[in-house]
Write a protein that binds this ligand. Structure first.
Ligand code: PLP
Length: 808
């Protein structure tokens, strides 16, 4: 690819503005400039996209397909510029044309096609696959409405629809040539062919068109362009005859509308499961279109018999949401390709690999068998057969597990258990951090582990350092390059070379300066957005993630209330000023999560305007937390709050992004925090609270009494009574549910239990912060060790242990 100079790029943008919008470039809007720039980028990569596909074909490469109901990709403009090596040039060209580059980039609407970590992981994986030159693609759904836009009104979360496609999406290409049909409902007819084999035919099915929109996934300076293919549901066009029958016309519109609902919106629940039929339809829509498409490509490009499918295709299923792809492949192999069961099953179980993301029981998917039977009759038949054979296998070959069959069966108590289906139909089952995989093996999936020990493996999550360091924190990137060169960009573990400077005062001061500058940028942004002035010398203490009880934003708020109470008692208390920053969306139906948002905002509105504390505390709840907001907050963070109830956070990836930007982790020994701890040691982070085995022991054997803590700890009692009496509410009923959940439901997430150690960890953190040298040293050590958490490392592990694919 020929590299454009800033002059050339400016000229191309100008020409595009002149000819496409018919205006002078000086008169163009940011929006017009954005679309022109995107058009130039697209022109640059088009030939690479085409070549990449042909290279994979001519090399007969094995390809990996990443199936996910969510891809939280955010904006692509900057990462596309970075990966094509054009970011600096674009910044320069836009400046020369008289435009503010950041304002131009901000024209792009976030593609919020995911809830949180799971969807963002999928996006990071695509970036790493392409950047490592690997043949790997994503399949997802092109929701017309992404995750809701959050507004805070009188302290409450209000959800607005996220119509992200209002303006044309700059990076997608509609692919009419790859359209396929997905069938729902109907009857299955079975009859015997002359050779004695069974034939299955479907009649009276509802047919839906799956229309793919392709998004190029650009590798970092390596000429690889892979594909994210998102399916959109459309009716099979049949013009209604509206001249004769008005009713029929409206029925037809309703019908079309109901089909478009299939890719209408993303379900906004994170780490929880909703048994809604439309969601099941969405899952099958994704799965059926994708598997059909994968088979079509295999047959077209490889000319091998189907038994060679596992040599050329591996499919990773991101959580259980796409696990119907297992019976779907069986269906195609048997009903369309006429293979027998055993051969089809042998192929299928060599193709699929499953990633588990959670052990939270409320997140485990099960579908009522009647629902599945009527919506997907043939798929249900196949699942029944899978289950039958699986249970028989246990009965005859694993007598020791006979009494466990009800806990292992794919269909049990009239429910289809999706995790069981995924495990039975895959050759690999992985957790997403060491501690999580160990909990799967020892507890949650103990019986499956004893059946299939060789299937279980760990792949600790990662993040793309290109977006989460180079793109979001150019100042830190430049400084790192000055210190250790830029080898780390291709080999992020080389960040470890920063350790050379851990005792160099001048260098540490340079890192401190970058952090200060980033904090000023964020302070200005907060001022512009919210009209609140924050002290850029204060500790920026950040918790950004979905709002969930297990993530314990409540523990954070209790600490803030505690500090406020202390300051009210003693306004002259010698305390380093703190700014607590939150970003979090709650699932719209999650009452306690929404109450917590209200509490944070109510506490903020009291603390931020209380002059008697001399600005020592500020609480900022930033509305509409999404990828673009994360990109603004992370480089400015001092303390990264990773305070989940131990054993509950499978991995976390926010913890990795913040560490890589020099934040120090305040965290429990949970998820990937444990691996951060193993790298930097307890002296370079703030670890506190119950350990996972202690939490699991309490769950199993009881023995925890929240009220005892309430009775014995005045600080705790004061806070809870303040909630109960309505000191933070406009009405005294406001936060009673939080109060009751803790005292009457015995504090299921151990907020009170971890309160004291949390306070102490914060006191210690404050004392360290006063020693700027020591703080900066710890920060540098964290950055130096963060290379492990590049998703390039994660992807390399998937490649060598699971996928067995090669860079092309
Ligand atoms: C990284 C990220 C997450 C995941 O954060 P956790 O702290 O791991 O839960 C969620 N949402 C967005 C927008 C992110 O960028």
């Amino acid at each position: 690819m020929k590299r454009l100079t800033a002059k050339e790029l400016a000229a191309q943008i100008t020409q595009f503005i002149n000819t496409s919008y018919n205006v002078e470039v000086q008169e163009a809007t940011n929006e017009e400039i954005f679309y022109s720039l995107a058009a130039v980028v697209n022109e640059q990569i088009k030939p690479l996209w085409f070549d990449t596909k042909n290279r994979y074909k001519s090399e007969q490469a094995k390809q990996v397909y990443y199936l996910s109901m969510e891809f939280l990709i955010g904006r692509l403009i900057k990462s596309n510029l970075l990966n094509t090596g054009m970011l600096d040039v674009a910044n320069q060209a836009l400046a020369e044309l008289g435009f503010d580059a950041e304002e131009v980039y901000a024209v792009e609407h976030d593609a919020g096609l995911g809830n949180g970590g799971l969807g963002r992981l999928a996006a990071c994986f695509l970036d790493s696959l392409a950047s490592l030159g690997l043949p790997g693609h994503g399949y997802g759904i092109r929701y017309r409405y992404g995750l809701f836009e959050q507004r805070i009104i009188h302290g409450n979360q209000v959800e607005l629809p996220d119509y992200w496609l209002k303006k044309p999406y700059a990076w997608e290409v509609r692919r009419e040539d790859e359209i396929c049909v997905v069938q729902f409902q109907g009857n299955v007819l079975m009859h015997q062919r002359n050779d004695g084999s069974l034939e299955f035919k479907y009649e009276h099915t509802d047919k839906v068109l799956a229309v793919p929109y392709d998004i190029p996934i650009i590798g970092y300076e390596n000429e690889t362009v892979n594909t994210l293919r998102l399916w959109s549901a459309e009716p099979i066009t049949e013009e209604p005859n509206h001249s004769t029958d008005q009713d029929e016309f409206y029925r037809h519109l309703d019908f079309e509308h109901s089909i478009e609902q299939l890719s209408g919106f993303l379900y906004p629940d994170d780490s929880s499961y909703e048994g809604k039929e439309l969601r099941l339809k969405q899952q099958y829509f994704l799965v059926s279109a994708s598997i059909q498409n994968i088979m079509k490509q295999f047959k077209k490009n490889y000319r091998l018999s189907l038994k060679h499918l596992p040599e050329k295709v591996v499919i990773q299923i991101n959580d259980t949401h796409p696990s119907l792809s297992i019976p779907e492949l069986m269906r195609i192999l048997m009903d369309e390709e006429r293979l027998g069961w055993d051969e089809a099953w042998d192929i299928t179980t060599k193709v699929f690999a499953y990633t588990n993301h959670t052990t939270l029981s409320e997140a485990l998917e099960t579908w009522p068998k009647q629902m599945m039977q009527s919506l997907l009759p043939r798929i249900y038949m196949i699942i029944e057969e899978i289950n039958e054979r699986f249970c028989q296998g246990i009965w005859f070959e694993h007598k020791e597990l006979r009494d466990k069959i009800p806990e292992l069966a794919v269909i049990a108590d009239d429910q289809v258990h999706m995790a069981r289906l995924a495990i039975v139909g895959s050759f690999s089952v992985n957790g997403v951090a060491n501690i999580h995989t160990e909990i799967l093996k020892k507890k949650e999936m103990k019986n499956f582990y004893s059946l299939y020990p060789e299937r279980f493996n760990n792949k600790t999550n990662g993040i793309t350092h290109r977006r989460w360091l180079m793109q979001v924190n150019p100042k830190l990137t430049t400084l790192i390059n000055e210190m250790i060169g830029d080898q780390w960009v291709k080999r992020p573990k080389q960040l470890i070379n920063l350790l050379r400077f851990q005792n160099d005062r001048n260098v540490l001061e340079e890192f401190a300066k970058v952090k200060r500058e980033n904090k000023i940028l964020l302070a200005n942004f907060i001022h512009d957005q919210m009209g609140i002035t924050i002290d850029d010398q204060s500790i920026f203490d950040v918790q950004i993630k979905r709002l969930h009880e297990y993530k314990r934003q409540l523990l954070n708020v209790f600490h803030i209330i505690y500090l406020y109470n202390e300051l009210k008692e003693n306004p002259n208390l010698d305390m380093t000023p703190r700014t607590f920053i939150f970003g979090a969306k709650a699932a719209p139906s999650y009452h306690l999560a929404k109450e917590t948002i209200k509490l944070i905002n109510t506490v903020a509105s009291i603390i931020n305007y209380d002059k008697s504390i001399h600005g020592k505390l500020k609480v900022i709840f930033m509305e509409n937390y999404n990828v673009s907001l994360a990109e603004k907050i992370i480089p400015a963070t001092d303390i990264s709050e990773q305070i989940s109830t131990a054993s509950k956070e499978a991995s976390g990836t926010g913890n990795m992004k913040l560490m890589m930007n020099g934040a120090l982790t305040m965290g429990t020994m949970d998820g990937a925090n444990v691996e951060i701890h193993d790298l930097v040691g307890p002296q370079n982070m703030f670890i506190f609270g119950l350990r996972a085995d202690e939490v699991l022991h309490y769950y199993q054997h009881g023995g925890y009494n929240a009220r005892e803590i309430y009775n014995n700890d005045d600080r705790v009692k004061r806070i809870l009574d303040q909630l109960q009496k309505g000191e933070f509410g406009t009405q005294d009923i406001e936060f009673k549910d939080i109060y009751y959940n803790i005292l009457y439901h015995n504090d299921p997430y151990f907020v009170l239990k971890d309160f004291e150690p949390y306070i102490e960890a914060h006191e210690y953190a404050e004392s360290v912060y006063r020693d700027e040298y020591k703080w900066q040293q710890m920060s540098l050590i964290n950055i130096a060790h963060s290379g492990k958490f590049s998703s390039d490392r994660t992807i390399r592990e998937y490649v060598s242990d699971i996928w067995q694919i090669k860079p092309i």
